[in-house]
Design a protein around this ligand. Structure first.
Ligand SMILES: [Zn+2]
Length: 141
C-alpha cells in the first residue's frame, strides 16, 4: 500500500513541477487509476508545447490551468480553463484514448458495465468480477 502512495506522490510531483503553469489552482489531484497517467502526462506535454509555441512572441493562447482530472462513468474527464480550439481537440483525443485503455494497467481495454462502469483490460475485468463475486458471497451469508 505504501508503494502505491509513493508512486502517486512521485507522479504528482513530476507533473506539477514539469507543468507548473498548468497547476497553479487547487485541482484535487489525479483522481483516476495509474493506467491513465501516461495519457495525462502526454496531454499536458502537448498542451504546454502548443501554448509555448503559439505564445513565443506575444500571448495569443491563454495559459491552460487545470481545474479537475478524474474518472467519471468509466471515462477520463479533464476540466480546465484557458486554451484554444486546438487544445480542446487534444483533450477530446486524450479522453477518447482513455476510453480504450485499462485504467488499472494501461493495456488496451474497453468499457465494462455491471456495478459501476469502468474501462479495463480483460485481465483486470476478470479480477474485478471475482472481487464482486466474493463480496456477494460474503454479504449473502
Ligand atoms: Zn488492466
Amino acid at each position: 500500500m505504501t508503494d502505491e502512495f509513493e508512486k502517486y506522490d512521485a507522479f504528482e510531483k513530476h507533473m506539477t513541477e514539469q507543468f507548473s503553469p498548468m497547476f497553479t489552482e487547487p485541482y484535487g489531484g489525479f483522481c483516476c487509476g495509474e493506467g491513465w497517467w501516461p495519457i495525462i502526462a502526454e496531454l499536458c506535454g502537448q498542451i504546454q508545447h502548443h501554448i509555448n509555441w503559439r505564445n513565443r512572441q506575444s500571448e495569443i493562447v491563454p495559459q491552460v490551468v487545470v481545474g479537475q482530472i478524474k474518472e467519471k462513468f468509466g471515462g477520463l474527464r479533464f476540466y480546465y480553463d484557458g486554451g484554444d480550439e486546438q487544445i480542446q481537440g487534444m483533450v477530446s483525443m486524450a479522453e477518447a484514448w482513455a476510453a480504450h485503455t485499462c485504467e488499472t494497467c494501461g493495456a488496451p481495454g474497453k468499457r465494462r458495465d455491471g456495478g459501476w462502469i469502468k474501462t479495463l483490460c480483460d485481465h483486470h475485468e476478470a479480477e474485478r468480477q471475482q472481487r464482486i463475486k466474493q463480496y456477494e458471497n460474503q454479504t449473502s451469508q
